[in-house]
Ligand binder design. Structure first.
Ligand SMILES: *Cc1c(COP(=O)(O)O)cnc(C)c1O
Length: 396
């Protein structure tokens, strides 16, 4: 816990966790050091035995990384945060620390593709089974729970369809069945949604996305209570080693300082562009939680403070029209990353979801005409004109 808990979110995003050195630096220092020096042999022994708190080695702790961890823990409302080398390392560390052979996971179908691969290709090898269910079907979640279920896993809003899960109700299901609810909060960030306050046990981040906010570094984090995260996940991390580098931690903690302002801008432009796209006859459907037409609009309004920066939409005419649209854009970058100041565009059916069979894609709602936008921080007028350029290039 940092010294700033009594202050508002925006203040904690700028101030929490800072450790000022004797130099009196105003901006946070970076500590690129692999190990730490002890005053005496006795003090080294005391550190190693745990009798004396303090740094030993940067796979265990590092002051810059700790500042990022304390700041993010404060923003998510968690007792403990453990920073990791990537978002995937955060998910792996959580599962490896808290599960054992014979345990069972119930996961949303609509999660990051690599997370699906981690569950089915790797955790399965160690005797951990996963059942996938539709994100918004609470009765399917309930039906999938077994006596050996230990963990429920989801992302909300989902990618790329922006479906919304009812965190509070799934937290109730988790509690009733004595398992943990883990929420990947990558799309909302704590600026829009704080799953722990809705009853989730653990929050996962790919810091690579909005926490960095400018597409520079790969990193991740796990947030939760001091037992599960502070002890168990941390224990795995210092043993297995996917720690965050101090330089990356510094980039992320500076990213947190502007998080609220950036998220507000991402959300505002995304909602306007979603409304604007809805009026085009070439566009058969627009997915954004802020639209009245979104099936979980009411839930999103209750659960989030804003609707997020991701918009997806379906073009009539399938893949050829989608590719024509994408290739005509001048501002949106064709890249799978998101949460960047630079707007990005992807064709999920042939990239992020390209390895699914056509049947799996259809079940996941990923049509050939679907285009995903991650709306950045450029001028909204310029972005709208860019989308108009894409629509003008379609073959009618
Ligand atoms: C990118 C992403 C991840 C994986 O994070 P990395 O930092 O790329 O390892 C996990 N979950 C979601 C929702 C993501 O978008």
């Amino acid at each position: 816990m940092s010294d700033y808990e009594e202050f508002d979110f925006e203040t904690r995003a700028v101030r929490a966790g800072q450790l000022r050195t004797a130099e009196g630096e105003h901006s946070e220092a970076i500590f690129p050091t692999s190990s730490y020096v002890f005053d005496s042999a006795a003090s080294a022994a005391a550190r190693f035995s745990g009798d004396q708190p303090g740094n030993i080695y940067s796979r265990f702790t590092n002051p810059t990384v700790r500042t990022f961890e304390q700041r993010l823990a404060s923003l998510e409302g968690g007792e403990s945060c453990v920073a990791t080398s990537s978002g995937m390392a955060a998910i792996l560390a959580t599962c490896a620390a808290l599960l054992k052979s014979g345990d069972h996971i119930v996961s949303s179908h609509s999660i990051f593709g690599t997370t699906t691969a981690l569950f089915t290709n790797y955790l399965a090898r160690f005797g951990i089974d996963t059942t996938f269910v539709p994100l918004v079907d609470n009765s399917a979640w309930e039906a999938a729970v077994r006596p050996e279920t230990r963990l429920l896993f989801l992302e909300t809003p989902s990618n790329p369809l922006t479906e919304i899960a009812d965190i509070q109700s799934l937290a109730g299901l988790a509690k009733k069945n004595n398992c943990l609810l883990v929420v990947d909060n990558c799309f909302c960030t704590p600026a829009l949604q704080q799953p722990l306050s809705l009853g989730a046990d653990i929050v996962i981040h790919s810091a690579t996305k909005y926490l960095d906010g400018q597409g520079r570094c790969v990193g991740g984090a796990v947030v939760g209570d001091s037992e599960l995260v502070g002890k168990e996940v941390y224990g795995f991390l210092r043993t297995a080693g996917p720690t965050m580098s101090p330089f990356n931690a510094w980039v992320f903690l500076k990213g947190l300082e502007t998080l609220t302002l950036r998220m507000r801008a991402h959300c505002s432009s995304a909602l306007s562009l979603a409304h604007w796209l809805e009026q085009y006859p070439e566009v058969s459907r627009v997915n954004h939680p802020g639209l009245q037409s979104h099936p979980q609009h009411e839930l999103a309004a209750r659960q989030q403070t804003d609707y997020g920066g991701i918009v997806s939409f379906e073009l009539k005419g399938g893949q050829s029209q989608a590719w024509r649209f994408i290739d005509a854009l001048r501002i949106f970058s064709i890249t799978a990353n998101l949460g960047d100041a630079k707007s990005t565009v992807t064709h999920p059916a042939t990239t992020t979801h390209g390895r699914l069979t056509p049947e799996q894609r259809q079940a996941a709602g990923i049509s050939d005409g679907l285009v995903r936008l991650a709306v950045g921080l450029e001028s909204e007028q310029d972005l709208q004109a860019d989308l108009a350029r894409g629509l003008a290039a379609l073959q009618i």
